[in-house]
Design a protein around this ligand. Structure first.
Ligand SMILES: C[S@@+](CC[C@H](N)C(=O)[O-])C[C@H]1O[C@@H](n2cnc3c(N)ncnc32)[C@H](O)[C@@H]1O
Length: 196
């Protein structure tokens, strides 16, 4: 069954890429790895399923940092092509400025990886499992790029998006119904538009 058909049947014109198990009413969840809450399995670098029924919103919470740096501009351009004109792209990534601020307050807290590898610096910089599980199973979870508000805005602008606005969701409702990483203080969240 083609995704256009699935989208029509489910009345979903909103796609949540790299969803993991996080769900919200009205969104189609797409992830590289299958699991609870994933509606469709596939690679977000190839949105082969989007046809004439273009989505009005594409959301990627803590996905972009998992791609090689040389691919990110072309991935964003592809999402731009896939999105309906006037549609919204919503992105959340680890906030490098936040990490630096927290790190400077108490450096050893974030460098004592032999005591606790889930400490913020490792989770945001390398991905949750990277320091102790550098194997192929871990590849989808490894981080490869870091962003600041300025650099994220610049690359989104280069990809053709306009009106890039940072936002800080205070509730699940303000986070488009998702209870996911975008709600954490370490998250740099922006919304932007594909011009009409
Ligand atoms: C850190 S989790 C984020 C989960 C959720 N969006 C959140 O914010 O809580 C990253 C997710 O991206 C998925 N992922 C990694 N590379 C992907 C790709 N190329 N295409 C689709 N999903 C991918 C992983 O399988 C994982 O579920």
């Amino acid at each position: 069954m083609g995704l256009n058909l699935i989208l029509r049947q489910l009345h979903m014109t909103k796609i949540n890429l790299g969803s993991n198990s996080t769900k919200s009413e009205g969104w189609l969840n797409f992830d590289l790895t299958s699991g609870n809450g994933v509606d469709l399995v596939g690679d977000s670098r190839y949105l082969w399923f989007v046809g004439e029924d273009m989505p009005e919103a594409i959301r990627a919470s803590h996905l972009l940092e998992h791609f090689p740096p040389c691919e990110i501009l072309s991935i964003l351009k592809l999402w731009h092509v896939a999105l309906k004109p006037g549609g919204t792209l919503i992105i959340g990534v680890p906030d490098f400025d936040y990490m630096l601020r927290e790190f400077r307050k108490e450096p050893m807290k974030f460098l004592s990886f032999w005591k606790d590898h889930e400490r913020l610096l490792f989770v945001t910089l390398y991905g949750s499992y990277y320091p102790f599980r550098d194997d192929s199973n871990n590849l989808p979870f490894r981080h490869r790029v870091i962003f600041t508000e300025e650099s994220l805005t610049a690359i989104l602008t280069d990809a053709g998006f306009t009106n890039v606005q940072r936002f800080h969701p205070k509730s699940v409702a303000e986070n488009h119904g998702f209870d996911d990483v975008m709600r954490l203080p370490l998250s740099l969240n922006v919304k932007c538009e594909k011009p009409l």
